[in-house]
Write a protein that binds this ligand. Structure first.
Ligand SMILES: CCCCC/C=C\C/C=C\C/C=C\C/C=C\CCCC(=O)SCCNC(=O)CCNC(=O)[C@H](O)C(C)(C)COP(=O)(O)OP(=O)(O)OC[C@H]1O[C@@H](n2cnc3c(N)ncnc32)[C@H](O)[C@@H]1OP(=O)(O)O
Length: 184
C-alpha cells in the first residue's frame, strides 16, 4: 500500500483488542442505517455490503459490482470502489463501540474490476492514538484469496453521537438507533 504519513500510525499508537459486547466471531454485522449507500437494504442502487467479523477487531465483507456501479462500460467506477473501502473500514472501526467518521481515505487501484465481480473485502486497524484510528482495507476479486484489485488506507476521527444529530437527520437516527441518546 502506498500510504501517506497522515494514514500511518505514529509511534506509541496502540492496537485494539476485541471489546466486551463485540459481535460473536462469524456473526453478521448488519446495517447501521437502512438507507446507507454502503450497507443499507433500502438503498435501491447501493453496495448492499454484507459483513462479518472473524475476531471482533477486523471485518470481512462481500460486494458484487452491479450495473449501477459502472464508470467505463462494464467496469466498476473508481469512486464506487473507494466507497466500498470506506464502508468496510467504517464497519471495522464501529467494532470499537464509539462513533468515528472518515477524515482521509487513500486508495490504490491495482486492476480493473468488471461488472459481476464479487469483491471480497477485508479491513483492519493498524493503530489508535487519541481520537484517531488508522485503518487499512483490501478488495480481492472473485475469492477471499483472489488477486488484490483495490487497497486503501484511512484516518478515521472519533466524534460524539451529536455529530450526526447536529449535521444530519436526528429523527432518522432515533428511528433506527434506539440505543443512542443523541442529545445527552
Ligand atoms: C441512522 C443513524 C446513523 C447514525 C450513525 C451513527 C453511528 C455510526 C454507526 C455505525 C457505523 C458503521 C459503519 C459505518 C460505515 C461507513 C461509514 C463511512 C464513514 C464516512 O464516510 S463518514 C462521512 C465522511 N466524513 C465526514 O463527513 C467527516 C467531515 N469532517 C468533520 O466532520 C471534521 O473535520 C472531523 C470530525 C473529522 C474533525 O473535526 P473536529 O473539529 O472534531 O476535530 P479537529 O479538526 O481538531 O481534528 C482532530 C484531529 O484530527 C486531525 N484531522 C482531522 N481531519 C483530518 C484530515 N482530513 N487529515 C489529517 N488530519 C485530520 C486534526 O488535525 C486533529 O489532529 P490533532 O489533534 O493532532 O491536531
Amino acid at each position: 500500500m502506498t500510504r501517506s504519513a497522515i494514514t500511518t500510525p505514529p509511534p506509541g499508537a496502540t492496537l485494539p483488542e476485541p471489546l466486551p459486547g463485540a459481535p460473536a466471531p462469524g456473526s453478521p454485522l448488519g446495517s447501521h442505517y437502512s438507507r446507507c449507500f454502503g450497507c443499507g437494504d433500502r438503498h435501491p442502487t447501493g453496495l448492499h455490503l454484507s459483513a462479518v467479523t472473524p475476531d471482533g477487531v477486523t471485518v470481512t465483507a462481500e460486494f458484487t459490482v452491479g450495473e449501477a456501479h459502472q464508470g467505463a462500460p462494464g467496469l466498476a467506477h473508481g469512486g464506487v470502489l473507494a466507497a466500498a473501502m470506506d464502508e468496510v473500514i467504517g464497519m471495522s472501526v464501529w467494532l470499537f463501540q464509539r462513533p468515528y467518521v472518515t477524515g482521509r481515505l487513500e486508495t490504490d487501484y491495482l486492476a480493473p474490476v468488471p461488472v459481476g465481480t464479487t469483491l471480497h473485502l477485508r479491513a483492519w486497524c493498524t493503530g489508535m492514538s487519541g481520537r484517531k484510528a488508522y485503518l487499512e482495507a483490501e478488495g480481492r476479486a472473485g475469492a477471499p484469496d483472489g488477486p488484490v484489485a483495490v487497497r486503501a488506507a484511512a484516518l478515521f476521527i472519533e466524534v460524539g453521537m451529536e455529530h450526526f444529530a447536529e449535521h444530519g437527520d436526528a429523527q432518522a437516527i432515533l428511528a433506527e438507533h434506539h440505543e443512542y441518546e443523541v442529545n445527552p
